[in-house]
Design a protein around this ligand. Structure first.
Ligand SMILES: *[C@@H]1O[C@H](CO)[C@@H](O)[C@H](O)[C@H]1NC(C)=O
Ligand SMILES: *[C@@H]1O[C@H](CO)[C@@H](O)[C@H](O)[C@H]1NC(C)=O
Ligand SMILES: *[C@@H]1O[C@H](CO)[C@@H](O)[C@H](O)[C@H]1NC(C)=O
Length: 536
């Protein structure tokens, strides 16, 4: 029975390929680094028919040298059932699922996944090998490692020390298998970091030793500038030296100077000598230093001492009586000046500010005001300004005027007026007794009016004075829209007495002299006659 069974078995195995064939070796999942060779084993026992491999379901062909797949071949003795697939110098394209098939026996091997690992390319650091960075400006040092499978790990080192702050990211490449990895290391470079070495190290299982790229950073900054003045304090007309000292990386490419925003085209070095005037006190001199990274502009004023300079001139004013008035004058000077407002004819200081306020002005306030600026030790200056007060006419006259009786007499009054008398003011009217006269003549009286720059002089002329004229009060009145102004005059008789005394005195003196002469003559005669002298 045993013999029959064995025979049957052999019959089944050898004469019926479909029933007896089996895999004694099958391909398993494998990992290979690109460039290496790999063998996917396949040994089928009890099979004589066609064996073929599929790659991702695609048949590679029935022949053993696999034409069309240059790096692929079947290995071993087919009579021994050996059909292993040899892949020479694996490539990413070989990364697939493989299956060994005994077609006629309807046998399929295990589906073996072949994983091809690809090492990353050399890492690339953006901007290397010398990365120029701007001082104090945040920057990401960026390292890329592409083409790796699986994605490369990236580590940053600064001067050999691991940096933990990098930000890592990866993205699949077009082939869907490899990945590109990027690591960004945020830094804020300082000047002292210039020359430091940063290393980007990448590795994956295909390149366990890793690959690395180093860069050095060159920290650049716009010029650092200081601008000094020598000497610090000067008077106008003195020479001053501006020194613009700067340090920079990269090197300075130029200096530009300006004063008060206006370029000084002829100056292009690191110093500037000028003869200063007051304007250097308010217009800053600036030095702008440039390099390829940027430019720095530094300004300075000069402490120039100068006497008062008028900034704003006070404007003459005309105001109506009772209104407010204000004058403003502004000066500049260095060192700081003091200001004083006074009224001409008085030494009283009315204000120390730029503005002089006059409340509810009267006609007495009219006049000239002076705004005086004093810069201690340096100089003094002043400006005059007039205030005109519109008010009633101001009539002035000598309260007592003289005339000789029975001769021509004259009374005068003067009209000062603001607004000007010829325009708005009335002609002055003389009133006396029951007479009233403003122009022309009436009887013995005549009014003459003379207009000059200083006002109007009105004269009441009496062709011959009579006794009653010396009894009257003469009223000279004028008015304008603000009101009236009046002056009262009395006429006093001018006595002829002083003249008579002189004349009388002269006559009297002559008489005395005559008497003396006569007396002397008579005494002499008498002396001659009697020999006796009388003292007179
Ligand atoms: C650096 O990279 C981070 C993350 O991508 C980003 O938020 C940051 O704005 C980057 N900084 C600079 C200076 O580019
Ligand atoms: C420097 O700055 C000052 C003030 O901001 C400006 O007036 C001047 O024009 C600048 N100088 C230059 C050379 O740009
Ligand atoms: C002077 O005359 C004017 C008008 O002619 C009159 O209004 C005024 O009262 C007089 N003044 C005096 C003090 O007599």
């Amino acid at each position: 029975f045993m013999g029959v069974c064995s025979l049957l078995y052999l019959l089944i195995v050898f004469s019926h390929p479909l029933l007896s064939a089996y895999f004694s070796q099958q391909p398993q999942d494998q990992i290979v680094v690109s460039g290496q060779s790999v063998t996917l084993p396949c040994v089928i026992v009890g099979y004589r028919g066609m064996v073929q491999w599929t790659k991702d379901g695609l048949a590679l062909g029935g022949e053993r040298d696999l034409p069309g797949w240059t790096r692929y071949s079947l290995m071993g003795d087919p009579l021994s059932g050996e059909h292993s697939l040899l892949i020479d110098s694996a490539e990413l394209a070989d990364d697939a699922v493989y299956e060994c098939q005994a077609t006629q026996a309807a046998l399929r091997s295990h589906r073996a996944k072949l994983t091809v690992l690809v090492p990353p390319s050399d890492p690339v650091v953006e901007g290397g090998p010398v990365v120029r960075l701007k001082a104090h400006t945040p920057h990401n040092l960026t390292c890329r490692a592409s083409g790796a499978k699986p994605a490369a790990e990236i580590t940053w080192y600064r001067d050999g020390e691991v940096m933990e702050t990098a930000i890592y990211s990866k993205t699949p490449m077009e082939d869907g298998k490899r990945e590109a990895a990027v690591s960004m290391l945020p830094i804020i470079p300082e000047d002292s970091d210039s020359g430091r070495t940063y290393t980007c190290r990448v590795l994956n299982p295909a390149a366990p030793a890793g690959r690395q790229t180093s860069i050095t950073i060159n920290v650049q900054h716009p010029p650092t500038v200081t601008l000094s003045v020598q000497p610090q304090t000067v008077t106008e007309g003195a020479k001053v030296l501006f020194i613009c000292s700067a340090t920079a990386n990269p090197e300075i490419t130029g200096y530009r100077w300006s004063k008060g925003g206006v370029p000084i085209s002829e100056a292009n070095g690191d110093s500037l000598e000028v003869t200063v005037d007051y304007s250097y006190f308010t217009d800053p001199v600036s030095c702008e230093v440039s390099n390829s990274v940027g430019s720095t502009n530094v300004s300075t004023l000069v402490d120039v001492q100068f006497g008062p300079r008028l900034l704003s001139e006070p404007k003459p004013m005309t105001v109506d009586i009772g209104m407010d008035a204000a004058f403003t004058c502004a000066w500049t000077g260095n060192p700081p000046l003091t200001l004083a407002w006074t009224k001409q004819g008085s030494s009283v200081v009315l204000s120390n500010g730029n503005t002089l306020q006059l409340k509810a002005v009267t006609q007495e306030d009219a006049g000239t005001y002076t705004c005086k600026a004093i810069v201690p030790r340096i100089g003094v200056a002043e400006r005059d300004v007039t205030l005109t007060v519109n008010g009633p006419p101001i009539i002035t006259a000598d309260a007592t005027q003289h005339a000789v009786k029975h001769s021509k007499g004259k009374l005068e009054c003067r009209v000062g007026s603001s607004p000007p008398p010829d325009k708005i003011v009335s002609e002055p009217v003389w009133t006396f007794g029951d007479m009233s006269l403003s122009s022309g003549s009436s009887g013995r009286y005549e009014v003459q009016t003379v207009t000059s720059d200083h006002g109007v002089v009105s004269s009441l002329v009496l062709s011959e004075t009579l006794a009653q004229d010396f009894q009257l009060r003469y009223n000279c009145t004028a008015w304008n829209r603000f009101g009236t102004g009046t002056a009262l005059v009395t006429l006093k008789e001018q006595e002829a007495l002083p003249m008579l005394i002189i004349v009388g005195g002269a006559v009297g003196g002559g008489c005395v002299l005559l008497i003396c002469v006569i007396t002397l003559v008579s005494l002499c005669c008498r002396h001659t006659g009697k020999g006796e002298l009388n003292v007179v």
